[in-house]
Design a binder for this molecule. Sequence first.
Ligand code: NAD
Length: 261
Amino acid sequence: MGLKGRVALVTGSTSGIGLAIARALAAEGADILMNGFGEAGEIALLREAIAASFGVRVAYSGADITRPDEIIAMVRQAADDLGGPDILVNNAGVQFVASIAEFPAGQWDRIIATNLSGAFHAMKAAIPGMQTRGWGRIINIVSTHGLVASAEKAAYVAAKHGLMGLTKVAAIELANSGVTCNAICPGWVLTPLVQKQLDDRAAQEGRPLEEITHAMLSEKQPMERFSTPESIGAVAVFLCSEAAATITGAPISVDGGWVAQ
Ligand code: NAD
């Protein structure tokens, strides 16, 4: 229960990696402000399950991470309802796959707003409180695509490289304030975001899902298996620990060897 008394705001925590991070931080005793889209009844069940399993307070903000005003209100809500936030996990993210020539401008704007600008606005709102309290952990969920590129992912790769840069700037600015800022860079993690890419490609190429899954993994990762959302949650917990107090500005790869090549 190393995080008892801390408050964590995890964006995009109604699904996938964000939900696993919220659970992992709650398991260590942190109170949680959840955020993300979804059906109200299902979100209420997720909240209740985390609160009941780990004996922590769990609040929810429906803030749209493409909207700076809603992000500012979300950070204020964390402070008002729970205190903090002491831990900010910028995880909300979206994807769209097409070549640059075919890339819809609206999808470019949506991905940059969600995957990059949203993190900036949340950090701007949360950092002053962390500085005042003399302790904070900012964890940006980047991707291997913050370190290397792939075809047909222009907006995603640009946003994630930008988020890696933002992580480094924050690490330098906050170096002597008790606040660290790091990036987790996952390879393939089987979540709804990746399942959609698998389904789309299987439909496009008319090949069985199993074959497409094998192809997608082996094209990028020497290790032909998915990382789990829970393994990303465990890395987030480590980054919040005292052992990680001097790790800052770092990309932590959890990618089956993707960027080792
Ligand atoms: P997911 O689709 O399962 O979850 C995305 C979450 O973000 C959901 O809770 C969704 O409601 C929320 N969200 C999306 N747009 C939002 C908005 N405008 N406002 C508020 N919430 C919003 O996806 P995931 O695979 O769990 O991805 C989570 C993060 O991990 C993303 O930043 C993604 O880029 C990154 N990532 C994923 C993988 C992977 O293989 N799955 C690999 C590397 C990085």
